[in-house]
Design a protein around this ligand. Structure first.
Ligand SMILES: *[C@@H]1O[C@H](CO)[C@@H](O)[C@H](O)[C@H]1NC(C)=O
Ligand SMILES: *[C@@H]1O[C@H](CO)[C@@H](O)[C@H](O)[C@H]1NC(C)=O
Ligand SMILES: *[C@@H]1O[C@H](CO)[C@@H](O)[C@H](O)[C@H]1NC(C)=O
Ligand SMILES: *[C@@H]1O[C@H](CO)[C@@H](O)[C@H](O)[C@H]1NC(C)=O
Ligand SMILES: *[C@@H]1O[C@H](CO)[C@@H](O)[C@H](O)[C@H]1NC(C)=O
Ligand SMILES: *[C@@H]1O[C@H](CO)[C@@H](O)[C@H](O)[C@H]1NC(C)=O
Length: 352
């Protein structure tokens, strides 16, 4: 009886220490307690006026906004969208997004505007915005349904909410889908990762074309500070230069030196997540499988997770972390972080 009691206590303590106990079940009820929040620019360059070299422009940096919990876990979640950071802030219907969900779980959260996006639009070169009629294309690209206005019957988008659609399709920034921009943004992220300003245990959460950029950031980084990538529908992949894979753009494939590519195989884990209603021959899913195979061939730990077929989350969209069932999507991320031991707490209340 007494030993049973002690066993219970030990189990309880083990759960408590590992964080499992307090995670999913109680996360929703917990207040968000921050030690601090703020932001900074990182990377970029200073260019000189060719006519008067005393005049300079500091430009092409990225912008990192941070939220550090009162009692932080060790791993920083860097939320990276190729367009708008808004995607990480709310569910499609305005409910809680990944930013607050993971702050409640005590992860330091970083919202990243890569160079030339959003709050990092102070470019070193002229930029160009050509308005185009994008809304209908967004609907299909984001996998809300097979054609504009025709939602999948099981969609996790709040289909009858007109305002939600308006919010989703308008919360975008100008996005530059060129290889030069992919390198610019990935390099800035690598500089940020190597700076220790976002900690020494970094997990990139990415959506869409940010997945390609995060892979390249790992390849360009000179530290082991980055521990994982969880890419929601990565549009684009890097591949090593020894396999005769044909390069393409603007969403890859990007061919990089094998030595750089091998850094992806050194990450503790990579997870490529695909939403529902995607066929196996969907270009980016096929490329994800190939990427995972090659990374694993070099000793890495990459996997593809289908939200529909593997996890039973029907009707998930391209931006699954904004879906109506994003609490379940978050639960899958909890599992991933726990499995890869990225859910540990820092020893004492944060110094960083
Ligand atoms: C640049 O600054 C230096 C030192 O202050 C000064 O001697 C020089 O005249 C300046 N050049 C121009 C083009 O203003
Ligand atoms: C519809 O979506 C908008 C924008 O996300 C939100 O503000 C609103 O509360 C939603 N309406 C309902 C009924 O959920
Ligand atoms: C939704 O279900 C209706 C009725 O079964 C069907 O006619 C329609 O094609 C379905 N829509 C999609 C996008 O699958
Ligand atoms: C990594 O090191 C190489 C060689 O010193 C350097 O060229 C590159 O800029 C570094 N990468 C980053 C992200 O600082
Ligand atoms: C590489 O790929 C190209 C086009 O896909 C093909 O023509 C060529 O024969 C391949 N080379 C090798 C060595 O496999
Ligand atoms: C992809 O696979 C589906 C069946 O899973 C098939 O209907 C479709 O034609 C295929 N598309 C291409 C481009 O191969």
């Amino acid at each position: 009886m007494a030993s049973m009691f002690i066993k219970c206590i030990i189990t309880f303590l083990a759960l408590f220490v590992s964080g499992v106990w307090s995670d999913e079940q109680n996360a929703k009820k917990r207040p968000i307690m921050l030690d601090r929040s703020g932001g900074f620019t990182i990377a970029g360059k200073v260019i000189k006026n060719p006519i008067n070299s005393n005049m300079t422009l500091s430009c092409d940096h990225g912008y990192m906004e941070y939220f550090i919990p009162w009692k932080p876990r060790k791993t920083s979640l860097v939320m990276w969208h190729s367009s708008s950071t808004q995607t990480w802030q709310n569910r499609f219907d305005g409910g809680e997004g990944f930013k607050d969900m993971f702050l409640r779980r005590n992860y330091p959260v970083y919202l990243w505007d890569a160079p030339r996006l959003g709050r990092a639009n102070w470019a070193c070169e002229p930029t160009f915005y050509m308005p185009d009629y994008r809304d209908q294309g967004n609907f299909i690209a984001w996998n809300f349904g097979p054609s504009y206005g025709n939602f999948w019957n099981d969609t996790q988008f709040p289909a009858s909410n007109e305002t939600a659609w308006q919010q989703a399709t308008s919360a975008r920034y100008v996005e530059y889908d060129t290889n030069a921009n992919i390198y610019l943004q990935a390099n800035a992220a690598a500089v940020a990762a190597d700076s220790y300003k976002i900690g020494d245990s970094i997990v990139y959460l990415t959506n869409s074309a940010a997945g390609l950029r995060a892979q390249l950031a790992v390849a360009l980084s000179n530290t082991t500070n980055t521990k994982a990538i969880v890419a929601y529908e990565s549009f684009g992949y890097v591949f090593p230069d020894n396999l005769n894979i044909t390069a393409g753009q603007p969403f890859g494939p990007l061919i990089i030196p094998l030595e750089q590519f091998k850094k992806l195989a050194k990450l503790p884990a990579i997870q490529y997540i695909f939403s529902d209603h995607r066929s196996e021959n969907f270009t980016f899913l096929a490329q994800a499988r190939l990427s995972a195979t090659i990374i694993n061939m070099y000793g890495g730990n990459a996997e593809v997770l289908l939200l529909g077929k593997d996890a039973g989350l029907k009707g998930s969209t391209h931006i699954a972390f904004m879906d109506m069932d994003n609490d379940k999507v978050a639960g899958l991320l909890d599992k991933f972080l726990r499995k890869n031991k990225l859910d540990r707490y820092t020893r004492q209340r944060g110094s960083n």
